[in-house]
Design a protein around this ligand. Structure first.
Ligand SMILES: Nc1ncnc2c1ncn2[C@@H]1O[C@H](COP(=O)(O)OP(=O)(O)OP(=O)(O)O)[C@@H](O)[C@H]1O
Length: 365
């Protein structure tokens, strides 16, 4: 049988069937369309970046953030975005998982010549996920990890004096989130979960350049480009609720691949009801650590207080407010501060030390 020609260039032999469109394309055209689609997401509307911006790539060592680091480094050169790029990794303290994936990030640091900063839960909160799981069990640990990671990324970004964090959340992740918010009736989150960029008052801008990139295509891209990434799932079982949404989404995708994009488009079209908007709390700063919060205590301080008090599940549902001073003897999260720009050496390998606003400055009081 004669080889199928690429449906884009019509000359080379098609080697890939694009999961997103079903098009049969050659490797070169696959790279080209994948990269161009990410570029289009980046420049759509007013564009997500500003020239001269310092941008931290949330780097976990997994496929999504590794491909993001690769593609963003390349697009930054190709289209002259004028960005200062950094890798920012959070070490959650999961033995046999994050320690191994961080080794991959260190390799990426050298391969892409980007400065790397690593911040650990242990340094910030005085707890590793291994210890948290020992205390709270496996059922609710994702809540701790999600809250702690979000704040840790913001704190790392503040220390790097970056203006913007980008993450490798892909189209599948976003479609899952839309489904989860519908299933939970979380209308407020539904209204904002499809945005490419989010920023509220006094928060660091966050963007998802892979909003329209299918997970399967990211894996294919990493495979054909022979990128170094870590492919094991978190050992503390992924969020069960998200797991159901994921299975449902994969079933839909198998029947109709456009389901992923269609769900994102549906999510984009939801309009937040006026009454829901009125019910949303205004942002303030946590009275204990200074991080942005809609309550007297931010979620991380509330969770930490629960852990320190030896609570388990009750920590998750703790009523916030009331006494904002930490009980004596309890650890507290260091004060949150945005730093002014600091000079950064972008030389491979040299960055990690050079850019580090010393973690000692974050010593737990
Ligand atoms: N420990 C971490 N340090 C820095 N960034 C992280 C970390 N964990 C997650 N992220 C960021 O959040 C994004 C989504 O994380 P998620 O946990 O859903 O992982 P994922 O879908 O497996 O992504 P990846 O393949 O990059 O690990 C990642 O692509 C990355 O940009």
């Amino acid at each position: 049988m004669a080889p199928t020609p690429c449906q884009l260039c019509h000359t080379a032999r098609a080697l890939v069937k694009r999961p997103k469109t079903g098009q049969q394309v050659c490797k070169t055209c696959f790279f080209e369309v994948f990269e161009t689609e990410v570029h289009n997401t980046i420049v759509e509307g007013n564009g997500i970046f500003r020239r001269g911006e310092r941008v931290a790539i949330g780097a976990s060592g997994g496929k999504d953030s590794t491909v993001l680091a690769h593609v963003l480094t390349m697009l930054n050169h190709r289209y002259d975005y004028g960005l200062d790029l950094f890798l920012l990794s959070i070490d959650e303290g999961i033995t046999g998982y994050r320690d191994d994936s961080l080794e991959t990030v260190k390799q990426n640091q050298v391969e892409y010549g980007l400065p790397l900063k690593i911040l650990s839960y242990n340094d910030l909160y005085g707890w590793t996920m291994d210890r948290i799981v020992e205390q709270v069990g496996r059922r609710n640990n994702c809540t701790f990890c999600g809250v702690f990671r979000r704040q840790a990324l913001d704190r790392g970004a503040a220390q790097l004096a970056v203006d913007h964090i980008v993450t490798g959340h892909n189209a599948d992740d976003i479609a899952e989130t839309v489904l989860m918010n519908i299933m939970r009736g979380d209308v407020a989150r539904l209204g904002r979960c499809t945005a490419v960029t989010t920023q509220s008052e006094d928060t660091i801008k966050r963007s998802k350049p892979f909003k329209y990139a299918y997970e399967k295509e990211i894996v294919m891209y990493a495979y054909f480009k022979k990128l170094t990434y870590f492919s094991t799932e978190c050992i503390y079982s992924p969020d069960a609720y998200r797991g159901h949404a994921r299975v449902f989404l994969k079933d839909l995708e198998a029947i109709r691949p456009s389901a992923i994009i269609d769900i994102i488009h549906s999510g984009e079209s939801f309009v937040l009801d006026q009454n829901t908007q009125k019910g949303m709390k205004a942002m303030q700063t946590c009275l204990r650590c200074g991080y942005m919060s809609s309550n007297d205590l931010c979620k991380a301080c509330a969770l930490l207080q629960g852990l320190e008090s030896g609570m388990d599940r009750s920590a998750l549902h703790q009523k916030q407010g009331g006494d904002t001073a930490a009980p004596s003897g309890h650890r507290t999260i260091p004060k949150y501060e945005r730093h002014a720009h600091v000079p950064v050496s972008a030389e491979a390998g040299g960055g990690a030390e050079g850019i580090d606003t010393p973690l000692k400055a974050l010593a737990i009081s």
